[in-house]
Design a protein. Structure first.
Length: 374
């Protein structure tokens, strides 16, 4: 008796779906009970079992599983209930083959692995990415590769292994990104560094504005000799933070010669401040382009017997865990790195779904966080 019950129970749902009816085996149909409940299934639940339990065709279940918009809401609800009660797991491999999707996206970081794993900025970006991907069918492939691996990276990304890519911490020397950007959906974290990249999508923070916040605060404290330690000069974030620092000092009538380039590492920050102290002995404030370098700067200032912030005020950038990891909590510019990773991922998922974002370039705002160093 139960063999015929489920098809009879939801015949209207079949009609609403507009799908041709398909033969369902007696064994599958027997898993639906007369009162609309679903018996426990022996073995792995199948698409046919879901179709029988929900009273619709196999093709309608497939459309619901693949989020087709051409299914009536009551049909979707019936299919989803059956999926939950049967504990059915869609076959991703079959779906990938049918739709030519890999359901994988790449996070490409053209940096040395030691920098990637040593800088908390990247951890925040990844946190935002993975948190956003949790509710999707996509998995994340991490590619940390310096310039020498560019061709291998390009071949992998263009070889049908991923559906799209996220790129962070890029440089003008990463010329392979041109071909990658032209061949699959890509979202850049930060303003793209490559000239003539062509149309692209990006999520950035207002680095000029963030640097202005820090420098305006130092000027407001009455500091006269304000230096800066920049990041690598070929990176747009470094260029923009330097520009913000320079703008404020020029507006305030302060000198703009106290500049040393760093490399976004603690050791690089320490070396840069040693250089600054040798060149600018009356230094009384430093804006440092990330928190790791600012930590290195604080170490050198302590070695020289200089009081922070009494003798030299220090402001970093990122508001990463490095800002609060030492004995002296660091004043810093907070950039929304987690939100940046999330926004990049949402933009890419939208592109993969055929949705064009309102703007190709999204810019997030920063804020100044004052602690013990300024």
């Amino acid at each position: 008796m139960s063999t015929a019950a489920a098809p009879h129970r939801d015949a209207a749902l079949r009609a609403d779906s507009g799908a041709p009816q398909e033969h369902v085996s007696r064994a599958a149909a027997a898993d639906a009970t007369l009162d609309g409940g679903i018996r426990p299934v022996r073995g792995q639940p199948t698409l046919e079992m879901v179709a029988t339990a929900s009273g619709v065709s196999r093709s309608t279940v497939s459309r619901v599983v693949n989020h087709s918009p051409n299914v009536r809401p009551e049909v979707v609800a019936a299919v989803q209930r059956a999926i939950e009660e049967l504990n059915y797991v869609p076959n991703r491999a079959a779906r990938s083959l049918a739709g030519r999707h890999t359901y994988a996206i790449a996070l490409l970081v053209p940096e040395d692995a030691s920098r990637f794993f040593g800088d908390p900025y990247f951890a925040s970006i990844v946190q935002g990415i993975t948190g956003t991907l949790e509710s999707s069918d996509y998995v994340l492939n991490l590619l940390v590769a310096r310039d020498g691996a560019g061709d291998k990276t390009r071949r992998y990304l263009q070889g049908g292994n991923v559906d799209g890519a996220l790129v962070v911490s890029h440089h003008p020397s990463n010329t392979h990104l041109r071909e990658i950007n032209a061949s699959l959906p890509v979202v850049f974290g930060g303003r793209p560094a490559l000239p003539d990249l062509g149309p692209c999508y990006s999520v950035d923070v207002d680095n000029v504005g963030g640097a202005r916040l820090a420098t305006e605060h130092l000027v407001g404290l009455g500091r006269r000799r304000i230096a800066t330690v920049t990041g690598p000069p070929d990176m747009p974030a470094s260029v923009d933070r330097l520009a913000g620092w320079r703008q404020v000092l020029q507006e305030a009538g302060r000198p703009i010669d106290a500049v040393v380039a760093g490399d976004f590492t603690t050791a690089g920050g320490a070396a840069a401040v040693r250089d600054l102290l040798a060149r600018v002995p009356d230094l009384d404030a430093v804006f440092v382009a990330n928190d790791l370098m600012a930590r290195g700067a604080l170490t050198v200032l302590a070695e020289r017997g200089l009081d922070v912030p009494g003798d030299v005020a220090v402001i970093g950038y990122d508001d990463s865990p490095a800002a609060t990891s030492g004995d002296l909590p660091l004043s810093t510019v907070s950039q929304p790195s987690i939100a940046m990773g999330a926004q990049m991922t949402e933009m890419l998922l939208g592109l993969l779904a055929g949705r064009e974002p309102e703007s190709r370039a999204c810019v997030l705002q920063t804020r100044l966080v004052l602690r013990a160093t300024a």
